[in-house]
Ligand binder design. Sequence first.
Ligand code: SF4
Length: 382
Amino acid sequence: MYSVWNPWHGCKRVSAGCLNCYVYRIDKAFNKDSSIVEKTKSFDYPIKKDKYGEYKLSVSESPVYACLSSDFFIQEADEWRDDIWKMIHTRSEIDFRIITKRIERFSECIPENWGDGYDNVTVICTCENQKMADKRLPVFLELPIKHREIIHEPMLESIEISSYLKSGKIEKVTCGGESGENARICNYDWILNTRKQCIMNNVSFEFRQTGENFIKEGKLYNIPRKSQISQAEKADINFSALKPSSCESKISKQRQYEESDDYSSDNPFNSILLQLSKSPLHSDIILSRREREYYKNNHDDIYKETEDIVIKYLLHIMSKDNGHIKEWGHPAYTAMKATGCCCRNCLYKWHNIPTNRKLTDREVKYITDLLMEWMKRDMKYS
Ligand code: SF4
């Protein structure tokens, strides 16, 4: 659950993501000029009380998204913002979330007692394309903020943000397409690419909605507004960042990995293996006694054999004949199941490798190396 608080209304377009801004779209229907920024009747809603002296805005309505019909840092609201900060500070038990395309104005808009940030404020920087990511994120990372997130919505192209995620300062990335008439296209590959970057950097990820015009595996779908969120949910690709100290299970692989030297190293497969270890479908899979024996006795050959199996089952595009693996006996088959490499659909979902073409040599190597890493850890910890 969440709620929305719009202390002012109206905005001015600042970048490509604003082209089909929903504030303008909705105001147009009421013949209202969206470029005029005005205080609303809800301006002081967080501190309004009822006849019993209780706040009308209850803790159960947290988090509260502030300023969704404007931009929190818009210049026209400068003289009102100090009052807003006071309310946010007063209601420290409520989490406030501020989404902005004007992060460059942040430093001139914070209150005197801001320090290194209020605990109850998350600032969310919108980057709809690579240009805006490279312009806004370097500024964003340097600001005194306790909780930072990124949002790609409307996502207009594939966006590389790994170098920013590596900072460890970003808590979450959210992606989504554009809604409404003239909505621009959003491609599922872009979403999966961002998801992969998040997993590799252990940053939470959410695919919030598809938008109106959505491409998946080269096919364009027109998705009605009422289904845009549910379609994204069906993709089931959200990721929660794993915190090494917070695992409760004493016997799970997740805990074993977290406590192991492997996890504390820079191994590039750490994030994906940890994520897989949280999946009910994959976490219980372990090598059988016979497979373990085989692994021990054929150690010198196992890389080549694994590579051959990857090529045999996964190289080509998906067809009826090369769907899920059907063979067992070699540890690589079990590793494929455990790592989301058992078919081209799973490869697409877990590793963002498209189904509609042959694997590249690099992808074959990536999968083989991943399977080897999983086998090595399973031998060590199971
Ligand atoms: S900043 Fe946000 S509210 Fe303002 S015009 Fe752009 S999309 Fe609309």
